[in-house]
Write a protein that binds this ligand. Sequence first.
Ligand code: ADP
Length: 237
Amino acid sequence: MAINIDTVYKQFGALKVVNGVSVDIKDGEFFVMLGPSGCGKTTTLRMVAGLELPTAGRISIDGADMTYAEPRHRDIAMAFQDYGLYPNMTVFKNIEFPLKIRKLDVRERARKVEDTAEKLGLGELLQRKPSQLSGGQRQRVSLARALVRNPKVFLMDEPLSNLDAKLRAVMRTEIKKLVTNLGITTIYVTHDQIEAMAMADRIAVMSRGNMVQVASPLEIYDRPKTRFVAEFIGSPP
Ligand code: ADP
């Protein structure tokens, strides 16, 4: 589904965090918001999810105005860096949880869990507890739980920042492949330039609540629009 962000502002008291962001994210696009800590990436993502409400502006998903819609009325899944797994539940139960609270039929649930687990290489691990998994496996369970409902939009906030460099590189490729295969519109937040370059169809480079440049990785690297973008991306002078 396409996501349209139209002149969105967010203030916390006197603090202006998002300053009139406008962007059209295409159906099936892998869109990365890249910028230094505190530039408003997470807040923008949370407004798309409905976890924060804009001070002004409009957010639509697939043409429908969702600016003030409850999160559960948006067909969205989210994944974060702290996996948020339930330690006492098996991998199966963890992945099944979002289906259970939506009261899906038991057999339908099992089918979806097994299907999603298979796609993420977790087929053999369904009876384990999170404590018996590696960091990468826990990350995959968290992705499986987010994706088991077949959401149309997938939001990720620094999902790899707790992993070591080697695993991060592997997961980067896996996530990209997975969401591309599923065809889900994805917004991915990171402060890591290499991650953004490797994964994005388009990158929005953010600074102080603005999207300074929105373009393909190559274009941003070759033709940075401002000195800030050039320095942040590390383009050759
Ligand atoms: P980023 O994801 O780019 O690091 P954030 O969107 O998390 O940036 O935060 C941008 C700014 O907004 C920061 O200065 C942060 O402290 C502030 N901020 C975020 N959430 C809140 C909140 N709920 N209340 C007050 N200030 C907040």
